[in-house]
Design a binder for this molecule. Structure first.
Ligand code: AMP
Length: 537
């Protein structure tokens, strides 16, 4: 047995985490200690005070919801005061708290855990499993993240990897990793569209593959559109049908809802293979001391009718990404599917209709991201094995006094890059200049994500400031001071006053049930769908 340490590629998913490594030049997924290929991304504290990770944590979720942390991928790197977190916090079964850096944290058994620590525990477990299976130390990793992750989210995942004991050699975008799994060392010259419909998110990226050069031409998506929305349509249908049959509203019973949720997802997955199923849940409720059973047939046609608009929305997003960059549909050579929900026959059928060609077979939708991350990991020490030219998925800029967003780096800019501009003067007579940095698609900061604040002495007004994005899409800010260039760490502890004020106004407007005057960002139906997702994801 060789003792040579091995580098691994990790797909740190919302629901599951996968590890892969290259063995004899072929990337392969590492099975878990239980023989599965996936490790549930779940951490829990049992009644007895034991820390559980993975399947053991997932298995006890229904009976221990307050101390079972799932879906960390949706929270990691977010600010506690952000709109998304404030909107979502009541829909989690566990408690969200404010962490020491203003970040969101969770309460696990009375202690505050950062999301980095939670994801670090999952990654640490993945590390142990890999080392056991491969029989060698695995000190280094490449970890994938969604293309739309902002700077803070990327930095947080890197930190989680560090806490797990890894040296994180690279953070890679999931669609780029999937394209690598498809095109590495195949000598291709193609444009590929990566269509990634997972459990909670939809991501689309177009890449040009020329030999082993992978260039992202455009990227976009919806962070709140995924398999869970399909499940929710079935859940609504089941609730309505049952109410019509019995006049009993099951939506008020958490246990019944959990059972319906599980059955809805299972029915959806079965309908990928077979045309008809029956959702059967014996003793779902009691009426006058007698058990009530639930039995509702569902056909693939019915499922298609219930969810067609969700599938259509993915194509609207694909078209938007293509037209933004002036790419024609006919110039796409291959469509690669990623994410479990892309297995749905309606999705595959509509892809064929929309793009005039069927999706590529032979690229495993669940494994390709981990396999691609492993290929990249393996090639890192190997000069010019792979060149990745990634693109920024959301603009970066700073806040103006009126709450508007002044863009500094455009969406789809090729990274790594440096953009320079002159520092504006301080507010009134303040001795310091404060620039509140945001990332997002909206022209209003309140819709975008707060990344942090650059604080420099007022004497720096008019001096050059560089925004540098490295190949991992992590932001570095450098100010040219009289003493020379100075790296400025972004301070994130205090939410900027302008943002606080806007968020408070928005909350008040909502309380009065008035429409909020800021535009809706790309996440259409954002909060409507997340409410459902997070309570039950
Ligand atoms: P992922 O985030 O890639 O693990 O995707 C998980 C989502 O894919 C969940 O919503 C699953 O219900 C869904 N999914 C998994 N397998 C299938 C299938 N065969 N047909 C339809 N949806 C599926």
């Amino acid at each position: 047995m060789s003792e040579k340490p091995r580098i691994v590629g990790i797909d740190l998913g919302t629901t599951n985490t996968l590890v892969a490594s290259v063995r004899n030049r072929i990337p392969k997924v590492v099975p878990t200690d239980r023989g599965n290929l996936v490790l549930p991304s779940v951490v829990a504290l049992s009644e007895k005070g034991d820390l559980l990770i993975g399947k053991m944590a997932k298995d006890q979720m229904v009976v221990n919801p307050k101390n079972t942390i799932y879906g960390a991928k949706r929270l990691i790197g977010r600010q506690y005061a952000s709109r998304v977190v404030q909107e979502l916090k009541e829909y989690f079964t566990y408690e969200l708290l404010e962490g020491p850096k203003g970040d969101v944290a969770v309460n696990l058994g009375g202690s505050t855990y950062s999301l980095e620590r939670i994801s670090g525990l999952v990654l640490g477990h993945a590390k142990r499993i890999s080392e056991q299976f491969l029989g060698v130390p695995c000190p280094e990793a490449v970890i994938s993240v969604p293309a739309y992750y902002n700077d803070l989210q990327r930095a947080a995942v890197k930190e989680a990897g560090r806490q797990a004991g890894f040296e994180v050699k690279r953070i890679v975008n999931e669609p780029t990793a999937a394209a690598l799994a498809y095109g590495f060392n195949r000598g291709l010259d193609q444009n590929v569209l990566v269509y990634d419909l997972g459990g909670g998110t939809f991501d689309v990226s177009v890449l040009q593959i020329t030999g082993n050069v992978f260039e992202v031409l455009a990227t976009g998506g919806d962070t709140f559109l995924g398999g869970v929305d399909f499940d929710n349509r079935i859940i609504d249908y089941v609730l309505e049908t049952f109410q019509q049959q019995t006049r009993v509203d099951l939506s008020q019973s958490p246990i019944a809802m959990q059972r319906i949720k599980n059955a809805a997802e299972a029915a959806k997955i079965d309908l990928t293979l077979i045309p008809n199923v029956v959702i059967e849940l014996p003793y779902i409720e009691e009426r006058k001391g007698k058990p009530l059973d639930l039995r509702i047939p569902l056909s693939r046609e019915q499922l298609n009718a219930l969810t067609r608009d969700l599938v259509d929305r993915t194509f609207d997003l694909c078209d938007r990404v293509l037209t933004d960059k002036g790419i024609s549909k006919s110039s796409i050579d291959e469509i690669i599917l990623v994410g479990g929900q892309s297995r749905m026959p309606l999705v595959q059928q509509e892809i064929t209709r929309h793009f005039g060609k069927p999706p590529r077979k032979g690229v495993h939708p669940d494994e390709s991201v981990a396999l691609g991350a492993a290929l990249l990991a393996e090639s890192l020490g190997n000069i010019d094995a792979v060149t990745l030219l990634d693109a920024l998925s959301m603009p970066i800029g700073f806040a103006m006094a009126n709450g508007k967003f002044r863009k500094i780096i455009d969406k789809n800019s090729v990274i790594p890059l440096t953009t320079s501009f002159r520092l504006p003067g301080p507010k009134e007579d303040s001795p310091i200049i404060e620039l509140d940095i945001f990332q997002g698609d909206s022209e209003f900061i309140v819709d975008n994500e707060y990344l942090g604040t650059v604080k420099v002495p007022a004497s720096a007004a008019g001096r050059r400031i560089d925004f540098r994005l490295n190949e991992e899409c992590l932001l570095e800010v450098v100010v040219e001071l009289p003493t020379g260039p100075r790296h400025v760490a972004l301070a994130t502890r205090d939410t900027p006053d302008t943002l606080k004020r806007l968020l408070a106004e928005e909350k008040a407007a909502r309380a009065r049930s008035q429409p909020v005057a800021s535009p809706v960002q790309t996440d259409s139906g954002l909060f409507r769908s997340i409410r459902r997702i997070l309570g039950r994801d």
